[in-house]
Design a protein around this ligand. Structure first.
Ligand code: NDP
Length: 257
């Protein structure tokens, strides 16, 4: 097994929100973090910040929906002594339309990033994760992967897909030295998630969190990822559902209005 100093953790979607917080957390845990996302400037700035703070970090611009690019990324990782952790965090929602009027193109794009993106990186990195002798695949799904809500079907369907991928992979690779951990967060207030969902409409995005005393933060979710990943290798946290106290289910949220 590689020593702690040589262990490498790849985080997808590390340019903002949960992914950036997770990269910070895993760097603090002693991993060499490889930050990926489409916005190179963001991940380069975060890698520079982490490096200046004495951590080890590398930025690599990557669109997880582009299989050829993901394969090239896997080849790039050959220069690291081992690849120990893959955090599949890149993803998101587009729109909140009912099934009757939802845009099929939104559904397609959500499936591409939330399901096929996870599939691409997991398939491409699984050989290296296995070869490390102590690999971990994390899938950041959502409570949307475990229950429905009105106006959410496209995202809910995609996140159910991510959940199914994680659960099936765990069955299929049992006996190999790779854990499969699913983290399913509820409401998390990040800078971009709801703004992206509502295509830049800040007011609609703000309404998601209106009156909710304390939605989860990106750091709260990164904390659960950091905890799950740093359990001893024989301990597999299959599924961790984490919500703010004010949210009892996808559709039951306490708002102080
Ligand atoms: P953000 O919108 O802040 O982060 C999404 C990240 O994914 C960005 O870094 C973005 O980077 C990256 N990304 C999007 N598309 C691609 C792509 N095609 N290739 C590579 N990277 C991509 O949202 P959050 O931090 O809130 O969400 C992170 C994850 O957590 C997502 O999977 C989301 O579905 C999930 N989640 C979020 C919840 C919430 O309430 N916020 C709740 C439950 C789950 P870039 O644009 O630079 O490529």
């Amino acid at each position: 097994m590689a020593t702690a100093a040589l262990r490498t953790a790849v985080v997808t979607g590390a340019s903002s929100g949960i992914g950036a917080a997770t990269a910070r957390r895993l760097a603090a845990e002693g991993y060499h973090v490889v930050l990926t996302a489409r916005r190179a400037d963001r991940i380069e700035a975060l890698a520079a910040e982490l490096t200046a703070a004495g951590h080890e970090a590398t930025a690599y611009a990557l669109d997880v929906t582009d299989r050829a690019a993901v394969d090239a990324f896997a080849a790039f990782l050959d220069r690291f002594p081992s690849v120990n952790v893959l955090v599949n965090n890149a993803g998101g929602a587009l729109g909140a339309d009912p099934v009757a009027t939802g845009d099929p193109d939104d559904w397609r794009r959500m499936y591409e990033v939330n399901v096929l993106g996870v599939l691409h990186t997991t398939q491409a990195l699984l050989p290296a994760l296995t070869a490390s002798g102590d690999g971990t695949v994390v899938v950041v799904s959502s409570t949307a992967g475990h229950g429905v809500y009105e106006g959410g079907a496209g995202y809910v369907a995609a996140k159910h897909g991510a959940h199914v991928l994680a659960e099936t992979l765990r069955l299929e690779i049992v006996g190999r030295p790779v854990r499969v951990i699913e983290i399913a967060p509820g409401m998390v207030r990040t800078d971009e998630f709801a703004v992206t969902r509502f295509r830049g409409d800040q007011e609609k995005a703000a309404r998601v969190y209106e009156g909710v005393a304390e939605p989860l933060t990106a750091e709260d979710v990164a904390d659960t990822i950091g905890w799950a990943v740093t359990r001893p290798p024989h301990v597999n946290i299959d599924l961790l559902v984490v919500r703010p106290r004010a949210q009892a289910s996808n559709t039951k949220v306490h708002r102080e209005l």
